[in-house]
Design a binder for this molecule. Structure first.
Ligand code: BEZ
Length: 392
């Protein structure tokens, strides 16, 4: 019996050593599962561009290993998410999943990543549960939780900021899915703690853009402020429709920064002066952000946005893990521990990762000016998601 156990331990060790050797100089397989079509298509493309930019800046290698890319268009469609993620896990046999944008799709990805113990870096989707009850050593987020930027806006809306006075009565409006409802919840928590009252929550199915009836309802209710979560193509349409009704002249439109990030050119005059909260602002005047924006603009002939930053930082987190193990993916514990313990030198400013796997980061108050979301100040410093339900 003893001899048998010794032999099987030896066989396992040889197998791992063989695996490590087989990895040798073979590329690390990175699978992007992102939206490349639909209302979030530009977000998916920016994330991929940001990720590849960082890898390119490192000479195409992380932890001494080349990177090979695979990709699947998830269409922001939760009903296809499990099949889509299994294309990357089972068909392409990727080492690392990078995705996605839509919280509903990301929840299915996180479940599949946990079940197969595949590394997952979430470069956008804020679903609170991913770094809450579903938290795991093999999952890290480079972006935010839906609670984070929403909570910061609730605080600003209730307390006021500079010459902006605090508000008492708010209406919320969003798409009816995890990101929208969690964003509204985070806003309401801080706004009501600060003495305000959310009098009505309005919503419509994702990715619908039939806003007229809801805008009529807002006009009838006359709140002090409106809080909205929309992003991508839907955010462009909402901000324009809001301004077209004239509501923006009497009722400020607030939101997490997704409402105006990567969208200002298309929103034009309708978005000018809007205040939002987010973990990034275009004009952060630091050597790190300036160098990043220059490099992005030179490479892609377009301006970076928050999604590009999150992709870039996803690659930085993977780089920290791979460097710690010199590219040896079999050293799993050391790899995931380095990914959780990294201090990311991000264009947004340095940030750490919580035990639950979510960035602990400053949330800026920004104002839309021209094609930039300019920083007005820090709404909440080093904000950590409460990670409710995480047992790590
Ligand atoms: C989400 O679904 O979590 C999400 C999508 C776009 C922007 C921000 C969050």
């Amino acid at each position: 019996m003893r001899t048998f156990m010794k032999l099987s331990t030896l066989a396992a060790a040889l197998c791992l050593a063989g695996l490590a050797q087989a990895q040798g100089n073979a590329p690390v397989k990175v699978g992007f599962m992102l939206p490349y079509t639909g209302t979030y298509a530009s977000l998916g493309n920016m994330i991929e561009s940001g990720f590849k930019l960082y890898v390119q800046e490192q000479g195409g290698k992380l932890g001494g290993r080349e990177i090979q890319y695979f990709k699947v268009d998830d269409e922001s469609e939760p009903s296809k998410a499990t099949d889509n993620v299994n294309k990357l896990i089972k068909r392409d046999n990727v080492d690392v999943l990078v995705g996605t944008v839509h919280s509903g799709v990301a929840l299915a990805m996180a479940k599949a990543a946990k079940e197969s113990n595949t590394l997952l870096i979430v470069p956008n989707a804020g679903a609170d549960a991913i770094t809450g009850p579903m938290c795991a050593a093999n999952i890290v987020r480079s972006s935010f939780s839906n609670w984070q930027s929403a909570f910061a806006m609730g605080k600003v809306a209730a307390e006021g900021f500079g010459k902006e006075k605090g508000a008492k009565k708010a209406i919320t409006i969003t798409w009816n899915y995890a990101a929208g409802s969690e964003s509204v919840k985070g806003f309401t928590e801080a706004f009501e703690k600060g003495g305000g009252k959310v009098v009505k929550d309005l919503n419509l199915p994702f990715p619908g853009v039939e806003f007229q009836a809801l805008l009529t309802e807002i006009a009838a209710q006359k709140p002090d402020v409106v809080y909205a979560f929309f992003a991508g193509g839907g955010a462009v349409k909402f901000v324009k429709d809001y301004a077209a009704t004239g509501l923006n002249k009497s009722i400020p439109l607030y939101g997490p920064g997704f409402l105006t990030d990567g969208t200002l050119e298309a929103q034009g005059a309708a978005a000018q002066g809007m205040l939002t909260t987010l973990h990034y602002a275009d004009n952060l005047d630091t050597p790190r952000n300036n160098a990043f924006r220059k490099s992005f603009a030179l490479t892609y002939k377009s301006q970076a946005d928050v999604y590009a930053v999150q992709g870039y930082d996803a690659a930085q987190i993977l780089a920290a893990g791979l460097s710690a193990v010199k590219g040896d993916l079999t050293k799993r514990d050391a790899l995931t521990s380095a990914m959780h313990n990294v201090v990311v030198d991000s264009p947004r400013g340095k940030f750490t990762i919580s035990a639950a796997g979510n960035p602990v980061q400053d949330i800026y108050l920004r104002e839309a000016k021209g094609n930039n979301n300019e920083v007005r100040g820090i709404a909440v410093k080093a904000l950590a998601d409460p990670a409710r339900g995480c047992r790590l």
